[in-house]
Design a protein around this ligand. Structure first.
Ligand code: IMP
Length: 432
């Protein structure tokens, strides 16, 4: 079994966790390489449901080594909260979970900066409010970034916060001038005390994860990379500026985990049978009608992290063809097909009309994309319950046709069709 990446090809929330769960049995490591606690994932384990946003999906399996790579931004209280949630439910969390000493640390001033910026004069992105963007800004800016390894050196951490926090307080006061909110000031000593207490609890998990992964590869171990968010939220290739602040495409693996691209043998792109998006930014196939409401309700399309209703639309094959090419996927998996049961007709977006011209490519520039009108192909729907289907042949003809047409339009084989949340509710498609 080769090393694999599971990546979402839309705007996140494609139900990647289920595919990671299906594949994790045949891999030794499950590695997150980007993002932070903005990546809500709901995991069903026996009769229990966990809502995680930072820990990798693999953490529920004590036989798998879960890794939070250097490319992440980590809020220690959230890390500990998620660990405690699992321990309280009887899940083994110990040496099976590793946290990179190179990952960057989110402090409350990052969240405060985000709160002020999102309500300020430079425009709203509709972020998750978890301090992700400001922490990545500090990482790239270098002067104010603090890494997990630095938390473990008490005198050093205190000194760093004495340098950084007064600057942050001045900076927050300046950006607050554009916002209706009064900035919250921070005290370096109190922050140091707080974070040193977290440090003692996270210490056993912290290590040089790059070295661990290199050793694993040298021993022939298989790694499963779990991308967070979706390819259309990638900071370089997504619908900028309405994106997240990391590389959610597999291109982030090399920088975000230290594992070179050549170690990766297989890339699985995950799509929903329709489209969702949270936050601001263009979404050409968005539905503002009863059909959209129905899909949102049946698909329970509300953000795991923020609880916001997700924007819902028809499947956009132009967007997915673009991200499948960017991600270099070998195959796609189609999730939540059962949510579409009962709709008389389905629409697939096959092109756009941009300023009167027909275009068959995805303009990833948000300002162009928001002027695109979708061109649809209409397919018949099906009324049958498909949640018990286990092979493609079990699907009603119209559902089969819908799946085949998505594969044709995206130009990639369909490896899995998911017809329900349960692991068993999966049609594993055998390659021809
Ligand atoms: P940030 O990642 O919190 O900075 O948010 C930037 C944009 O990405 C916002 O539109 C968020 O709603 C969106 N976003 C971030 N993480 C996820 C995710 O895991 N699923 C879906 N959307 C996300």
């Amino acid at each position: 079994m080769p090393s694999t990446c599971v990546v979402g090809l839309q705007w996140g929330d494609e139900a990647k966790g289920k595919i990671v769960d299906l594949l994790s049995d045949t891999h030794d490591f499950v590695v997150r390489y980007n993002g932070g606690a903005n990546a809500g994932h709901t995991i069903v384990w026996g009769d229990k449901t966990f809502k995680l946003s930072l820990l990798p999906t693999g953490v529920l399996k004590s036989t798998v080594q879960s890794v939070i790579g250097n490319g992440l931004v980590v809020y220690p209280p959230r890390f500990l909260e998620e660990v405690d949630q699992l321990l309280a439910a009887g899940v083994t969390v110990g040496s099976n979970l590793l946290l990179s000493d190179h990952a960057h640390v989110i402090f409350p001033y990052h969240m405060e900066e985000e709160r002020l910026a999102e309500t300020g004069g430079t425009g709203t992105i509709g972020t998750t409010g978890r301090g992700i963007g400001p922490c990545y800004q500090d990482k790239v800016g270098r002067r104010n970034g603090i890494r997990v390894g630095e938390l473990l050196r008490p005198d050093h951490l205190r000194e760093r916060l004495r340098q950084v926090v007064p600057y942050k307080n001045r900076f927050l006061a300046a950006i607050a001038q554009d916002s209706p909110h009064t900035p919250k000031p921070f005290d370096p000593e109190a922050l140091a005390d707080e974070y040193l207490a977290y440090a003692e609890r996270i210490r056993p998990f912290v290590t040089d994860t790059t070295r661990v992964l290199h050793n694993g590869l040298a021993q022939g171990k298989k790694i499963l990379f779990e991308a967070a968010q979706g390819s259309l939220l990638d900071v370089d290739h997504g619908t900028y500026p309405y994106v997240t602040s990391s590389s959610s495409l597999p291109s982030g693996i090399w920088s975000g985990s230290g594992v070179p691209a050549r170690s990766l043998d297989r890339i699985i792109g995950v799509v929903k049978a329709y489209t969702t998006r949270v936050g601001r930014g263009p979404c050409p196939t968005e539905l503002h009608d009863e059909t959209g409401e129905r899909i949102r309700k049946i698909g329970r399309e509300f953000g795991t992290v923020t609880g916001r209703p997700r924007r819902v639309g028809w499947f956009d094959a132009v967007a997915v063809r673009y991200t499948a090419a960017l991600a270099g996927v070998d195959a796609i998996t189609i999730m939540l097909l059962d949510v579409l049961s009962g709709l008389p007709e389905l629409q697939l977006c096959t092109g756009y009309r941009l300023d009167g011209q027909v275009v068959d490519y995805f303009p990833s520039d948000a300002y162009l994309l928001e002027r695109c009108e979708p061109i649809y192909e209409t397919l018949p729907g099906w009324s049958e319950d498909i949640t018990t289907c286990r092979t493609l042949a079990d699907l009603p003809a119209a559902a089969r046709r819908y799946v085949d047409r998505i594969g044709e339009l995206v130009g990639k084989p369909v490896a899995v069709v998911s017809v329900g949340p349960d692991r068993a509710q999966s049609i594993l498609v055998k390659p021809d």
